[in-house]
Design a protein around this ligand. Structure first.
Ligand code: ARG
Ligand code: ZN
Ligand code: CA
Length: 329
């Protein structure tokens, strides 16, 4: 619908160009007369050439319309405050709490603590940022310019005792809760229990689909007493996936995460490794970035995204990215 409207706009714009052209010609003649000189006036024929090319080539016209509509969206986002002046994107968050016991119906304070952790970790204002080894400080993301704002909490009592990773919690028809406008809101489902799984996420190819979002077991959501997963970093890790980050070891032996500044590593790390740790990949022994949020170490042992990871997250949230719909309205 928007595209159609814009197509009509594009055509009317071309008509307006015609009128403008006549005006310009008249202007030139007038200038010549009043100056009384024969100085040649500058002309830039670009728009005239374009106008003819667009009129004769529907493919080119489609590309023009697409460019203008993306540009318009970017500017609209700025105007409406959907992105901040410095380019920061504010993602509206919906937390769906599915509880069986009273304890599983986590408090507003616990939810607030998770949003605060996300904003600190993605803003580079986490209190443990000073633990980043100097070797990796130069490639630390700092402020990713991605923020999170709690829009609403949806609470629902359910009879389900333990959930599996089959998305049942995302459907009202399977004792869960349907996603709230997933194209425009980042949905988090907080569930009572998922066995050994702390959380899981969908990637950007699922943007806006019924199951799009992140699931976290309530015990590990926000600041809790459940060490070593007590600092809300399960959500930081899963939101990384939601914004197109892969595991730092590339889910294979010395595989790639498509990020240059995260050294290739052999496998995931657990617990609280001491720095430095070295992995041999392709005959090169590298100091690995096990303190990255996209590894599997304890919450207290992870405290950075890299600049390359920041670029991937910005690519997916910007005006032309798969997650461009996530804005404060
Ligand atoms: N999906 C992973 C899991 O369930 C998340 C690991 C997050 N790591 C953490 N320290 N919180 O195990
Ligand atoms: Zn993961
Ligand atoms: Ca890498």
């Amino acid at each position: 619908m928007k595209k159609l409207l814009f197509g009509a706009f594009a055509l009317s714009m071309l008509a307006a160009c015609n009128a403008g052209e006549d005006h310009l010609l008249n202007q030139e003649q007038t200038d010549d007369l009043t100056s009384g000189s024969s100085v040649t006036q500058r002309v830039c024929p670009s728009e005239d050439i374009r106008k003819e090319a667009l009129a004769n080539n529907p493919d080119l016209m489609a590309r023009f319309v697409d460019n203008e509509s993306k540009t318009e969206k970017f500017i609209d986002d700025l105007k409406m405050g959907r992105v901040l002046a410095d380019g920061t994107v504010e993602i509206p968050v919906v937390v769906n709490v599915l509880y069986r016991t009273a304890a599983e119906n986590i408090s507003d304070a616990q939810i607030a603590s998770q949003i605060a952790t996300l904003n600190n970790d993605f803003g580079g204002t986490n209190s443990d940022v000073n633990k980043i080894p100097s070797e990796f400080a130069s490639v630390a993301a700092g402020d990713t310019k991605i923020k999170f704002r709690l829009d609403r909490v949806i609470r629902k009592s359910t009879t389900v005792r333990s959930w599996r990773t089959n998305d049942a919690m995302k459907k009202t028809s399977s004792k869960g809760q349907d996603a709230f406008k997933p194209a425009n809101y980042f949905n988090i489902w907080v569930v009572g229990d998922m066995g050994g799984v702390l959380g899981y996420a969908t990637f950007p190819e699922s943007a806006g689909l019924w199951n799009d979002g992140v699931v976290i077991a309530g015990k590990y959501f926000g600041t809790t007493a459940n060490a070593p997963y007590n600092l809300g970093r399960t959500a930081t890790h899963e939101v990384g996936h939601y914004l197109n980050l892969r595991h730092i070891w590339g889910d294979g032996n010395c595989a790639t995460d498509y990020v240059d500044d995260t050294p290739t590593q052999q496998d995931k790390n657990f617990g609280k490794p001491t720095y430095p740790q070295y992995d041999l990949c392709g005959g090169v022994n590298r100091s690995i970035q096990f303190m990255n949020y996209m590894d599997y170490v304890d919450d207290a042992a992870m405290y950075m995204f890299s600049a390359g990871q920041k670029s991937r997250m910005q690519a997916i949230t910007n005006a032309s990215g798969a997650r461009s719909g996530l804005r404060i309205y």
